[in-house]
Design a protein around this ligand. Structure first.
Ligand SMILES: O=C(O)CCC(=O)C(=O)O
Ligand SMILES: [Fe+2]
Length: 335
């Protein structure tokens, strides 16, 4: 795959989400959001509802966490299995890849270009399938509380976005939210340390390799460093820089949503490379916070009404699928 790069600030539409909370403009916003998910799989929201002070607080806490000594962070270790996706993963532990399921190829890819990132994952406290893995009490004051507060704030916004999507499809507003009630979601703190530009350029290390997300939607907050790139839906293999929008929340659809929508919504491949403008020396470090949303694991979904019509030659492409089965299979393969 030849990888073309260019900056295109306008590739992802920026939508003022405050207009969704206003009855008179609600439907128009919903329509624009769905269109953006269909065209490019991503949308930028401003006035999304997560208070900026809370975003800043979460980023500051994330920086404090990653600044701890490695042996301290390892007191909250991610288990060896991807199906218990919680706790701290040191650099090189996870290699995000696209559709590589057998362990030999995965090991080979890891050896080639390990992801130069470290991460911490958490979910809802009550989750018995994937219990949270925290640092021992008192190690980093306020860490757990900040993460959990932010987790639930994101869930609130997730529900509003899902309401908009449902309206966009001409469905009842509750079509998606009714099966995103328990928050089988994952909050991820990411830190990409400063690395030599040349190593990233030559692909001897990666920040995060090209992949698609696999849940319903992902909410992504990033600092102002840049480096995120998405594949241009009109030019396969060509990646475009995503310019950080101050105060913006990037939202993208995952593979589960693509399948659910009978492939009418795109789950677009993305990656993190050297920030635009860097040409030599060390790249600045980068922090980002993705929030991965999944349908409740108890849910089985069938293609969204309106995305198929057997009589009109638009058949359902997929059988009904259990959210739990789908997500766990993908988690297992990705770690
Ligand atoms: O760091 C980023 O901006 C992207 C992270 C990402 O794509 C992921 O964790 O799935
Ligand atoms: Fe991603």
């Amino acid at each position: 795959m030849s990888l073309e790069r260019s900056c295109n600030a306008s590739l992802i539409p920026v939508i003022d989400f405050a207009a969704f909370l206003d009855e008179s403009t609600k439907h128009a916003v919903a329509g624009e959001m769905l269109q953006s998910f269909k065209d490019i799989g991503f949308v930028y929201l401003i006035n999304h509802g997560i208070p900026q002070a809370k975003v800043t607080e979460m980023f500051e806490m994330s920086k404090k966490f990653f600044a701890l000594p490695l042996e301290t962070k390892n007191l909250a270790p991610h288990p060896p299995s991807g199906t218990h996706h919680r706790g701290f993963s040191a650099q090189g532990q996870e290699k995000v890849t696209q559709h590589v399921y057998d362990s030999d190829s995965l090991a080979e890819q890891r050896a080639q270009a390990p992801d130069a990132k470290e991460s911490f994952e958490c979910g809802r406290e009550e989750d018995e399938l994937m219990p949270n893995i925290w640092l021992p009490e008192g190690t980093l004051v306020g860490f757990k509380e900040t993460c959990l507060e932010f987790f639930w704030l994101c869930h609130k916004i997730e529900l509003n976005i899902l309401r908009a999507l449902a309206l966009g499809f001409g469905l009842d507003e509750a079509y998606f939210t009714q099966c995103h009630t328990v928050a089988d979601n994952q909050l991820r703190l990411l830190h990409y340390p400063s690395v030599p530009f040349d190593a990233l350029q030559q692909n001897s290390i990666a920040r995060i390799g090209a992949h698609s997300d696999f849940g319903s939607i992902t909410l992504l907050l990033q600092d102002d460093v840049g480096g995120l790139e998405i594949e241009d839906p009109n030019v396969p293999g060509a990646f475009r820089s995503v310019i950080p929008v101050p105060g913006g929340l990037l939202v993208n659809a995952g593979d589960f949503m693509m399948r659910w929508s009978n492939d009418t919504i795109k789950s677009t491949i993305h990656r993190v490379c050297a920030p635009p403008g860097t040409t030599s020396g060390m790249t600045p470090e980068r922090y980002s916070i993705p929030y991965f949303c999944s349908a409740d694991f108890s849910t089985v979904v069938d293609c969204i009404p309106g995305t198929w019509d057997e009589g009109a030659g638009r058949p359902k492409k997929y059988e009904p699928i259990s959210a739990k089965e789908y997500i766990l299979r993908r988690l297992e393969a990705s770690y």
